[in-house]
Write a new protein. Structure first.
Length: 156
């Protein structure tokens, strides 16, 4: 079984670095300004991080699929907390594609590169994400995506 994890609001609490605009969307300029190694190290773990580690220990394949632009401090944070992934799919620098479309594209490319059809990936994977548009879209495409906010409450 393959477990696909988002990072922010799924396994990592990075709310201290986030701000929203009047329409409720992420203030990307604020996020970029606060996306420093020092502030990344102030992030904390959510309950699903324990599930990730347990699944990895049982031999499950762990994939990260995040809209973050990953940097060295992000990888160091994950390693420090024992969050080991077989694959990390992340936003390319300068890419402003909406999260739902970005994650769809990254996961489809991941499947192709491993010789898996989309149907096979969907049949052998579950995903945890907090973003409603990602959850709705990928569920409509056949991938089982669970609401990480609800899961974190349930496993807390």
């Amino acid at each position: 079984m393959r477990f696909i994890y988002d990072l922010d609001h799924t396994v990592i609490n990075s709310t201290h670095r986030q701000s929203t605009l009047a329409d409720g969307s992420l203030d990307l300029a604020h996020w970029i300004e606060n996306n420093t190694p020092e502030k990344i190290w102030l992030d904390s773990l959510l309950p699903l991080a324990k599930e990730w580690r347990a699944q990895y220990a049982r031999g499950a394949e762990i994939v990260v699929c995040t809209a973050r632009v990953m940097q060295e401090a992000d990888y160091a944070f994950l390693n420090h907390h024992g969050l080991i992934a077989h694959t990390i799919l992340s936003r390319p620098m300068g890419d402003s594609t909406g999260d739902w479309l970005l994650k769809d594209k990254m996961l489809r490319r991941y499947a192709r590169e491993r010789g898996l059809s989309w149907a096979r990936l969907c049949a052998t994977s579950v995903m945890m994400d907090d973003n409603a548009s990602v959850i709705t879209h990928l569920n409509s495409q056949g991938l089982t995506v669970y609401d990480a906010v609800e899961l974190n409450r349930a496993v807390a």
